[in-house]
Design a protein around this ligand. Sequence first.
Ligand SMILES: Nc1ncnc2c1ncn2[C@@H]1O[C@H](COP(=O)(O)OP(=O)(O)OP(=O)(O)O)[C@@H](O)[C@H]1O
Ligand SMILES: [Mg+2]
Length: 119
Amino acid sequence: MQEESASQSISLEEQNVVFKPNEGPQTKFLASSEREVLYGGAAGGGKSYAMLADPLRYMGHSQFSGLLLRHTTEELRELIWKSQEIYPQIYPGIKWSERKMQWVAPNGLMVLPPKENEG
Ligand SMILES: Nc1ncnc2c1ncn2[C@@H]1O[C@H](COP(=O)(O)OP(=O)(O)OP(=O)(O)O)[C@@H](O)[C@H]1O
Ligand SMILES: [Mg+2]
């Protein structure tokens, strides 16, 4: 038995896990099937990363489009960097357009518009 669980953990390590939700509210948020979900909590609790991961559930659907809004472009930039790290690993062929501030997946679409007239 011990041998079996050891080999299982090796194979898990070998899998390229690009994003693994934190235990607790982030997992609950991402697992929810409701149309509207409120997710609050402590700073650094994983809310913003959850907003990045959430559209990954739907980006393979041709009718999907998502919109992610932040107060400042600076806040958005951090999420864009993170999305550039993880999205192409999950959806090979997905394309980021800096001009349009949007991700276009083979099927879905995800828009991250900067706040207009900022500054
Ligand atoms: N699933 C995850 N896997 C790995 N790291 C994570 C994960 N979720 C969050 N983090 C890490 O925790 C940090 C804080 O997460 P995040 O920015 O999403 O928190 P937040 O709830 O939006 O915080 P704030 O209220 O300050 O905006 C991230 O910068 C990231 O390093
Ligand atoms: Mg945040």
